[in-house]
Design a protein around this ligand. Structure first.
Ligand code: HEM
Length: 299
């Protein structure tokens, strides 16, 4: 039985740090592994999830690997909509209810990582009111939250890399004045749920270009569910959502993104992308605990 990284499923945190690093690939592999191990050697009870981009995992795993991981390439959607691809090598997701402990963990990680990499993203996320995104809608209502539903996020037991997860992260920046200018009924049509109590719109009330319509995807009758752990971030000059999600297969992300960007036969795009744009994008692999130990071990 391969155990997933436990921080993936801890839902009690309200403070988050997201760190993305670009590794200096010219360095000896042993040095990269040593510093990664040091970064994770934290005597502190915060949750830390680590994940790797394709080129680094290929390097860390000398033998040929069976992962279907891809690099995130810029998506050019209909009408000039675009999701930027900024594929990076290592992601750390630090979270707990204690911002002080999170900060200490972040500094320990950074002190280990700075000799082998460049920090490409360093973002503080938080829970906004009752689990709402900054557009005011509850984010996570349709998430598969029950433990028996967590298999949507994990490579199944028995397969190579079982207990690991494919991940998609994107830093989305919102145009809040534009969104907030709309009457609430129109905002609800953009999302596909009611604003106050997050009830899904039904029948003719649900527009085909709402965010829920575009992301609630079935392929050959199977629901392409993913497990989302995004968090809002922001200050007075920039605000939005760090979208962070897990899946048992890559196709779940690509089919949702293609539908959001109008890259399907119907050519319909997700109305939400008229109010927010993805400034970064990476695909990752978060190995199980056993695989992680093996991957960063110096032989
Ligand atoms: C600006 C960025 C985004 C915002 C503000 C946002 C917000 C929301 C909100 C408010 C909901 C409805 C409540 C819920 O079920 O969680 C939702 C649902 C959902 N979103 Fe997003 N989202 C964003 C980006 C994305 C992206 C990039 C994906 C996938 C690649 C995605 C996948 C989903 C899925 C799968 C659902 C549930 C659909 C269902 O089965 O009902 N979202 N999102």
């Amino acid at each position: 039985m391969s155990i997933p990284q436990p921080g993936i499923f801890v839902e009690t945190s309200n403070q988050f740090y997201f760190l993305e690093y670009q590794i200096n690939h010219g360095l000896p592999l042993a040095e990269i592994k040593q510093q990664l191990a040091k970064a994770l050697d934290i005597a502190n009870d915060v949750n830390i999830v680590i994940a790797f981009g394709k080129s680094l995992i290929n390097k860390l795993e000398a033998s040929s690997i069976s992962l279907e991981l891809e690099e995130f390439k810029t998506i050019k959607g209909v009408k000039e909509f675009c999701a930027k691809g900024t594929q990076r090598d290592v992601l750390f997701w630090i979270h707990s209810q204690n911002i002080g402990k999170n900060f200490d963990a972040m500094m320990t990680i950074h002190n280990s990582m700075k000799s082998i990499s460049i920090a490409a993203l360093d973002l503080h996320g938080f829970t906004y009111h009752d689990d709402r995104d900054l557009i005011g809608f509850v984010d996570g209502s349709a998430n598969p939250k029950l433990p028996e539903q967590h298999q949507v996020a994990l490579i199944p037991q028995g397969k190579e890399y079982a207990g690991g997860s494919y991940m998609l992260t994107q830093k989305w920046c919102h145009n809040l004045p534009k969104f907030n200018k709309m009457p609430i009924t129109e905002q609800e049509q953009v999302v596909g749920r009611t604003k106050i109590d997050s009830i899904e719109l039904e029948g003719n009330d649900m527009p085909i270009n709402s965010h829920v319509s575009r992301t609630d995807v079935k392929v050959n009758g199977e629901a392409m569910k993913i497990y989302r752990r995004s968090a809002p971030f922001g200050n007075t000059s920039e605000s939005g959502l760090y979208f962070l999600s897990f899946a048992c297969e890559m196709q779940r992300f690509t089919s949702q993104l293609n539908r959001m960007y109008g890259l399907t036969d119907d050519g319909i795009h997700d109305k939400l992308i008229e109010f927010s744009s993805a400034q970064t994008g990476s695909y990752w692999f978060a190995p199980s605990m056993d695989d992680l130990k093996r991957i960063i071990q110096v032989n």
